[in-house]
Design a protein around this ligand. Sequence first.
Ligand code: HMG
Length: 384
Amino acid sequence: MDIGIEKIGFYTPKNYIDIVELAKARNQEPDKFTIGIGQDKQAVPAVYEDAVTMAAEASHQILTDDDKKNLGLLIVGSESSVDESKAAALFLIDLLDLPENIRAFEIKEACYGATAGLQMATDYIAAHPDKKALVIASDIARYGINTPGEVTQGAGSVAMVVSANPQVLKLEGKSSFMSRNVGDFWRPTFSKTAFARGKYSNQIYIEFFETLWKQYQAEFSVSADDFKAMLFHIPYTKMGKKAMRTLQGKISDAKYAQLEKEYQASILFGRQVGNLYTGSLYLGLLSYLINSDVKSADQLLLFSYGSGAVGELYSGIVGDDFKANIPVAEIKALLSDRNKISIADYEDVFQQSISDGESVDPTTVSGHFYLSEIKENERIYSKK
Ligand code: HMG
């Protein structure tokens, strides 16, 4: 039986900042941010947006009534949790009008969460081939104003319907993974911003890729020539390139040049929004499927990395009708119809939050879903 991604949707907030303006405000060379880090724009969530509202938006873009009827599993991968107890997935039952005969929960492991969800959903479909699963990656990447990580912030959500009709990407069940207790990046429960040992995190990311690539080749007797493209978790767009460079000299120059070209197509969207944490690999997949000359039956290798750290390398085969199952026009419009805000306005929004007893004026809301109120410390969400 074929199993994999049937549909894929995406959401990013309406507001963004320009990375050159950020560089100037931080007294940095703009080239450092645009070339050295590889970013152009950074999504800035509104005060009423969070992992729940963005997950609802990305899912709303793709779900039909028929999908909803057949869902048996709903997993939200997130490290931007809004509650230490209640899963983000539960709020979505109401916001998306989902049936109650569904297993709904949240998975956390930094940027690896959605991949864990995807693998779990694959097993679920193997056991229940007539059902569907919804796996959502939803995060706000926050390091803080004037920190080294600030240039890599971002926000957004990717929603994937997993089923036995994988029109977008058939997962082959070939996967190598590893877990190690590493202090490269963490966010204690008291903090809204992450702590990172930036250079060390880059080093561990690259080491995990190298280790898993050796393991994957040995386990499945493959070489780089078997893959049309290698897609990476993209915390900032230079990062995947740094990992890919470890292949230079080990594969033919022509294959390396081709992989580099494919990589460029996979980072076009990431350059415009920043780190989505657990959604970044899947935004890279979307960017690649929309912006490259990839064809159905091409084989892709995906590298998932979550700090802390878990890494997984797995492969997929592009589905027969992938473009028809991706809302290409909506995604392009979402990215092009955004508002640029000033660095001062971003700094302002960054410090804002909704307190207990406060509510949001719905006329100020741009999307379909929003955090409308906090009442007795409970978050209340609404649809427009
Ligand atoms: P930094 O210390 O400000 O930057 O932090 P740098 O000095 O390392 O410079 C960055 C690059 O710009 C360098 O290139 C410079 O040479 C270049 P590289 O050596 O890396 O190839 N540069 C220039 N290029 C052109 N023109 C210039 C110029 N000047 C310098 N004028 C760092 C950078 C990424 C460390 C920081 O932003 C950070 O801490 N980010 C957060 C952590 C992170 O993203 N880590 C990535 C790996 S871990 C991961 O992916 C997991 C994660 O997503 C979390 C999760 O799992 O949940 C983060």
